[in-house]
Write a protein that binds this ligand. Structure first.
Ligand SMILES: NC(=O)C1=CN([C@@H]2O[C@H](COP(=O)(O)OP(=O)(O)OC[C@H]3O[C@@H](n4cnc5c(N)ncnc54)[C@H](OP(=O)(O)O)[C@@H]3O)[C@@H](O)[C@H]2O)C=CC1
Ligand SMILES: N[C@@H](C=O)C(=O)O
Length: 212
């Protein structure tokens, strides 16, 4: 984080990067983090923190799975809710939650992870529609990447030597994913998702059916 902060300072000296440390799988720390941010005007809130577990259910480590549920679902829900309550009527604000291609397609060897991301997708789409229908100034959006170069696969597979080139015919770089994020940010659409079949990026409104 500090290395990244120095890099940003070198390239964009006008930007002030403030690092806050919190374990977001611990609910007290989620509330405490939000409290320490009250002094700022927050134009965009991105819930990116998350991890996956690639394993069969018979081998699942329930403690690890529980941490994943706390982080991927609980922390994201609490932080989204607090942000919406404070900023829904502030012009130009956006909430962007990071889901996954596994949040729209059931993923083998990732039963629980995939379900956490289905939660992220449906929670955020439903919230986006509620905000839109009630004339809120905030927009809520979902970014749903497929395989992307990061620490994710090493952690999910519990393999520090995990080789993306060997595992995937195709995957995105983090620069490509950052560009998709900016396309979603600049659009009026709700979902920016990577199509698993050909790794194209598409912007759409809600993908789940809506009872409203
Ligand atoms: N890479 C991929 O193939 C895909 C990733 N995603 C999603 O993208 C998001 C970002 O993952 P990605 O960058 O790829 O993976 P990384 O593992 O590289 O990054 C995960 C981030 O989450 C943070 N984090 C993990 N646990 C906690 C915690 N308990 N409290 C606070 N922060 C935590 C990490 O912080 P720290 O480094 O300090 O631990 C890190 O910044 C995740 O939600 C993931 O599910 C979705 C689809 C595909
Ligand atoms: N789709 C990816 C992350 O969400 C994966 O599981 O490889």
């Amino acid at each position: 984080m500090n290395q990244l902060k120095d890099e940003i300072a070198d390239n964009y000296p006008e930007v002030d990067v403030v690092i806050k440390v919190a374990d977001l799988s611990v609910s007290n720390e989620v509330y405490q983090l939000y409290e320490t941010l009250k002094q700022y005007h927050i134009e965009t809130w991105i819930n990116n923190a998350g991890f996956g577990i690639h394993t069969m259910m018979k081998d699942e480590d329930t403690k690890r799975a529980q941490n994943m549920l706390h982080l991927n679902i609980e922390a994201l829900t609490i932080l989204s809710t607090l942000y919406v309550q404070d900023y829904a009527n502030v012009e130009g604000t956006q909430l962007i939650n990071i889901s996954s291609a596994a949040g729209y397609n059931m993923a083998p060897t990732a039963v629980i992870y995939s379900a956490t991301k289905f939660y992220v997708s449906s929670f955020t789409e439903n919230l986006a529609l509620e905000l839109r229908e009630n004339g809120a100034k905030m927009q809520a959006k979902v970014l749903a990447p497929a395989a992307t170069e990061s620490e994710f696969a090493k952690i999910a597979n519990n393999d520090k030597d995990f080789d993306m080139d060997q595992a995937f015919d195709k995957y995105h770089t983090s620069d490509e994913m950052a560009d998709f994020m900016l396309q979603l940010y600049d659009s009026d659409k709700i979902v920016g998702s990577v199509v698993s079949e050909d790794y194209s990026f598409v912007l759409t409104d809600n993908k789940f059916p809506y009872l409203g």
